[in-house]
Structure formats: structure tokens, C-alpha cells
Design a protein around this ligand. Structure first.
Ligand code: ADE
Length: 459
């Protein structure tokens, strides 16, 4: 992943980020950090890049021209995500870090002194992000904080296979306490449960401690956590029909925009996907009023919602599906032996064979560590993936390897990986695709009795 930082103090960025884990990741070329001096692009004869603000006030502003030219030099006219770091932005979160870590290139724009001329921000900035409700002397430290948080999610940076898809089971809660040797220190013993090797008990203990910590230290987070748990419990009364909502919540993908039992509106900001369930047409209309402006995809499980969505948001129905889910916990046997996570080098291979969505979609899924490939003599012969909404899909097997059970092996492999994370695997089968439904049922996935619809903007 490539970071470009537009700043008046490039040394500060380079010195701050080239040691330890990020330094090693840069040496291995997993990430690169290019700090660009805005001053190098000024048209002013004396090298000035700042001036007094119109209307008066303390301090100096960075002018529009050098910022614009520095940005243009970096992007070469391409439309790159450009973060203006500012205390007036939205708060930076792990979720935002996760989303940004899947990009190939990212630009940071750092203000100093009093900030940057608004007109150039309107032309180049795509996001305004803050690291907290306090004011620093410049955007360099916030940019470094964000680059650190994003980089550690880039596959390969942390020396393990954990990808940005593998959010911890303790989602939404603060981390539990950890202990190392010696077993007794200053008369304090390591909690006995951690010494006995019972992983189920250890997981329970850690969750309890996480809940305790969160409740006392971050009551705001705890309140949200309880609200979510209650909604999941309520949705689980119709698990097969509502599995898409349950899993989006559990995996920390969707936020609750509205929930009063029978009327639920969830929003997955990363994929701009709204999931809606209403008691009747009238309450459904009221939910639609709360849909965010940038929503571009909708999933409904009630027919009466489809027409209002089409009319209100200029959408059409893309697919009519039934949901299938795998509620068991035990791993499935995988006959085909050489199946593994796909790396970036297979982006062109998958792109040639999978055509749904835009061409960036496949690259984004592979970078998210969400696609697996089957190999024969080191050559890929099929793949499967997890869509950005969390459902299983994108199954493909080369003609030469069909009718040998490879599809079953690929799907079993993906199901096992999802179960390992403590999640419930699920997928969407287009109504009438009896072959796919047969495959799902053979693997032990249960179909929903109702239909769900995918709707999207007409273009
Ligand atoms: N620039 C100055 N203060 C900041 C903050 N809190 N977050 C992001 N950018 C900043």
C-alpha cells in the first residue's frame, strides 16, 4: 500500500514512521510512505506557501495553489482517496482504518498553522478525519497515527495471517487483560483459568473481563454493545431469514440506524448497503426516510418495500434470492488438498473469470484476505470468496476441473475459515438456481423459507 503525505514538514513524517514494524514493512516494500513538501510546489518567488486569512484572525493559512499542484503531482490526475486531517473531521475509528487499509494508494493532506484555504480542500479532499476532540499544532501527528493504524492491517505487516476480515471475536468491547511469566509477581497470581488449557473456558473468561472493562471504562461503548446484543437476540428468532443482518452486526460491519423490534434499519458504510426489515408498508416508509444519502445498495426481505425503494432512490431489483446458512459449528471435510488464501498476484486471474461488480471489487476482496484459491501444480484452478457484505460467493472452477467435487472442497474450505472466526457462514442463491441450491444443501446449509431481494441504483 502506498501512502502520500502532503505536508510542510516531510522530515517529521519520515522520521516518525521509519522505525520498528513500519520501518521493516517499508523495507520489505509491503508499504511505502512518500512525504511530499507542499512548499516545493509554490509558484511564489520567495518560496512562500502561506498567507494571512481574509477577514482577519490569528495565524497563517496554507494557500490553495501549492497544495493543488502538490496533489496533482502525486495523483497525476487520478482520483485518489485524499484525507484532510482536521479537528473538524469525523472521528477516526478502527472501522475506518479497516476500510482504508484495503486501498492501494492513499493521500493525506496535513494543515499547519491555522489550516488550508477552503477552496482547494473542496477540490481535492474526499474525507475529513480527526483523531480526537483536541487541537494539535498541525496534521502531521494525526496523519502518522492514522498511517500506523492502517498499516498494521495491511496483510504481511504484522507477520501473521490475520487479515482485516478477521476482526476479533471481542468486537465492540475493550480488550481483556493479558499475563506473561512469572506466574507470581509481587505476590499477584496469574488467573488460574489461563493455566489450565481449556480454550472454551478461557474464551468465556476473556469475554467476561472485556465486558467488565468496557462497562466501567467506556460506558458509551458498552451501551451500544448491549443494544446490539439485544437486537441480535431478537433477530435470531428468525435466524434463517435474518442471517444477513445478524452476521453484519456480529462481524462489526453494520451499524444500527433504527431498531424497534419489528422495524430494523442497518447500514454497512463500507459497502454502502442498507438492510431493511419492516412490520408493514407504513413503518417501512418511515424507515426509508432514515436511509443515508450515499446508500447505493439495499437488501429487503419483504416484497412491499421494493417498490418504494425503487421509486424513492431510483433503484431496480438486481437479484431475487433465498438465503442459506450453516448453523453447525463442526468443520467440514475438505478433500482437495491444495487450497489457500489468494495473494495480490492473482488479481488478474480472478478478474478475468469473475465479472460481477466493478473491476476494483475483486482486487479489494483479495486485499481484504477474503478469497481462497485451489491449485494444481502451482496453477490456480478455481476460487471462492467472501463478499463485502459477508456472504459466501464468487465460486468458480476451471472447465478442466469440473465434476470432480472441487466446488464442494472450495466451499467447505471457506465455511471452515468462517467458522474458525466464530461466525455463521451464509450465502445467497438466486431463485431458480437449483444446481447451486443442491450444492448448498449437500454441504449442510439450510435454506430460508422466504425470499430476499437485492436492489441497487439503475446505473
Ligand atoms: N490537526 C490538528 N488537530 C487535529 C486533530 N485533533 N485531528 C486531526 N487533525 C488535526
Amino acid at each position: 500500500m502506498k501512502f502520500y503525505v502532503l505536508t510542510l514538514f516531510p522530515d517529521m513524517i519520515l522520521r516518525g514512521l521509519n522505525t520498528s514494524i513500519l520501518g521493516r514493512a517499508a523495507e520489505k516494500k509491503i508499504i511505502s510512505i512518500d512525504a511530499v513538501n507542499i512548499r516545493d510546489y509554490t509558484a511564489d518567488r520567495h518560496g512562500k506557501a502561506d498567507d494571512y486569512p481574509y477577514g482577519g484572525g490569528a495565524g497563517m493559512l496554507i494557500q490553495a495553489q501549492p497544495v493543488y499542484d502538490a496533489h496533482k503531482a502525486v495523483t497525476g490526475g487520478r482520483k485518489l482517496r485524499t484525507i484532510y486531517v482536521t479537528p473538524q473531521g469525523v472521528p477516526f475509528t478502527q472501522k475506518i482504518a479497516q476500510e482504508l487499509s484495503r486501498l492501494e494508494e492513499l493521500v493525506f493532506l496535513c494543515g499547519h498553522y491555522e489550516g488550508i484555504d477552503q477552496r482547494v480542500l473542496e477540490e481535492v479532499a474526499t474525507d475529513y478525519i480527526s483523531i480526537g476532540d483536541y487541537v494539535l499544532t498541525g496534521g502531521e501527528l494525526p496523519a502518522m497515527v492514522m498511517i500506523d493504524a492502517i498499516s498494521r492491517l495491511v496483510p504481511g505487516v504484522l507477520h501473521n495471517d490475520s487479515s482485516s476480515e478477521s476482526e476479533s471475536f471481542f468486537n465492540d468491547l475493550l480488550e481483556y487483560p493479558q499475563y506473561s511469566r512469572p506466574r507470581v509477581w509481587h505476590g499477584r497470581e496469574v488467573p488460574a483459568v489461563l493455566l489450565l488449557g481449556d480454550h472454551k473456558k478461557i474464551a468465556e473468561w476473556r469475554r467476561e473481563r472485556s465486558e467488565e472493562f468496557t462497562k466501567s471504562r467506556r460506558p458509551d461503548l458498552y451501551k451500544e454493545y448491549i443494544r446490539k446484543e439485544e437486537l441480535i437476540r431478537w433477530l435470531s428468532r428468525e435466524k434463517r431469514e435474518k442471517i444477513h443482518m445478524i452476521e453484519s452486526l456480529r462481524r462489526g460491519k453494520a451499524e444500527i440506524l433504527y431498531a424497534d423490534r419489528g422495524n430494523v434499519l442497518l447500514y454497512d458504510r463500507t459497502s454502502r448497503l442498507c438492510m431493511i426489515s419492516a412490520q408493514n408498508a407504513e413503518t417501512g416508509e418511515r424507515l426509508l426516510e432514515k436511509v443515508p444519502k450515499d446508500a447505493s445498495l439495499f437488501v429487503t426481505s419483504q416484497d412491499f418495500l421494493n417498490e418504494p425503494i425503487c421509486n424513492r432512490f431510483s433503484c431496480e431489483i438486481f437479484h431475487e434470492c433465498i438465503q442459506v446458512c450453516y448453523p453447525q459449528k463442526q468443520a467440514l471435510p475438505v478433500k482437495y488438498k491444495d487450497i489457500r488464501l489468494l495473494g495480490e498476484e492473482f488479481i488478474p486471474y480472478v478478474r478475468e473469470r469473475y465479472h460481477m461488480g466493478d473491476s476494483e471489487y475483486v482486487a479489494e476482496r483479495i486485499r481484504a484476505g477474503a478469497m481462497y484459491g485451489a491449485f494444481c501444480d502451482e496453477k490456480p484452478v478455481g476460487f471462492i470468496g467472501i463478499h463485502n457484505d459477508g456472504s459466501l460467493g464468487m465460486l468458480f472452477v476451471e472447465e478442466t476441473h469440473r465434476r470432480k467435487g472441487l466446488g464442494i472442497s472450495l466451499e467447505s474450505y471457506a465455511i471452515n475459515r468462517i467458522c474458525e472466526k466464530g461466525w455463521t457462514p451464509y450465502g445467497h442463491v438466486v431463485t431458480g438456481n437449483e444446481t447451486s441450491l443442491g450444492l448448498q444443501e449437500r454441504l449442510g446449509l439450510y435454506p430460508s423459507s422466504g425470499t430476499i431481494w437485492w436492489l441497487g441504483k439503475k446505473d
